[in-house]
Design a protein around this ligand. Sequence first.
Ligand code: SF4
Length: 466
Amino acid sequence: MSVYAITATLRHYAAHTKCCCNCHTQTLCSTYRYKRFFFFFSHQKSEFHRLTDARVFLSDCMACGNCVTSEEGARIFAQNQTELFKVLSLNKKCDTSLHRLVVASVSPQSVPYFAVKFGLSVCEAARKLCGFLKSLGVNHVFDTTIAADFSILETQRDFIQRFRRQAQDEHAFPMFASACPGWVQYAERVLGDSVTPHICTSKSPQQIMGSLVKGYFASHKNLSPDKIFHLSVAPCYDRKMEALREDYYTALYKCRDVDCVLTSGEILQVMEQRNISVKEIEASPLENVFGGTTCEFVRHEGTSSDGYLAHIFRHAAKELFDMDVKEITYKTLKNKDFQEVCLEKDGETVLSFAAAYGFRNIQNMVLKLRKRKFHYHFVEVLACPGGCLNGKGQAQTADGKPEREMLQEMEEAFTRVPVLSPESKPHIQELYASWLEGAESQKSRDLLHTKFVPAPQAGARPDMKW
Ligand code: SF4
């Protein structure tokens, strides 16, 4: 389908998915309508497919500011299973100049979805998922946890540096986590320069994985980055948008660090379309970028995200105040998705961290920030209530609501996965030394960090009342 046809279809689609205030005539909302958009085109039966022609009410709008233009929509749409199968089928043809090594990296928050769907443990589900992707023709399947390790360590480093320069830098605090593209886009497009300098510059795990695959792994394989097709399996649609950011495109090779993002729900849909049952899939262990296999699936602290708050809190307590934090005690504020953690020394609060999940809590946080009543050092911000397990690309009901029972099962399954901190993994230090030329090097900054730039119209929008 040509871009013109897609654009025309988008317009048609937009006209048929009416918002009660008609605000979206030329645009589609990323967090709410991506899903409808994708399944409008797919014409496949799936758990998400009963969504076409639904009305979108203003109350559904999260004021995330991520309204997607027709042009962006067309580019996001290009990241679908057809794109993957195009590459896989070219790989079967005789013309080897068109062949590309297909690498998939799987987000750790996607695997519990498959575990519950397959009725297996997270570890077994990871092996089945890997086996399924390989049966399609994917050459290597990695776990994105290694990239989250780097992202956590770089966020820790940024935090310590900000703490030490806070007297000279008015933007040092609060510092916001940068792992969630939904939140980052909202900050850039809506909140503007009152917030963007406060966002940690570390790339998200997905995009660090992009650097690892198209950089370290490509050179290990003696391939140029454009000879690798990198698929990311993720829990949300926002990561499709993230993969398209300008920063993640290499003009020299005319390729992106992540070529295609498919959500967990979309991968399951491929299985359904092919009528493949879990029993038929031959399990295969996940691999690592060093060329070996990974027998065990491990996670970071935190029940449904990568646990930035917990890691940075412990690290900062030790590094800045020489205090060992054994147990982290969370205090629930307005709701379970808005919590805080404080460190006291000699009767004085020396560190105060918060977790704000979901746009309602983000909006409250921003209102307090504007009134200068928000005094946290670090905030782990995630766009989805409950965190990444609740991403819009998995475990959703037909009317776009989270499947509560399934989410609970996913959380339970994820909690059973053993925790391993990034500091205790020797290969991370090895990669800092061999690939990045040291943790403080320019190469580390170039490959593990990015810039968050406010959009020209940001900051001009009226506040949304919740
Ligand atoms: S919180 Fe939601 S939008 Fe943000 S990265 Fe996780 S799944 Fe995606």
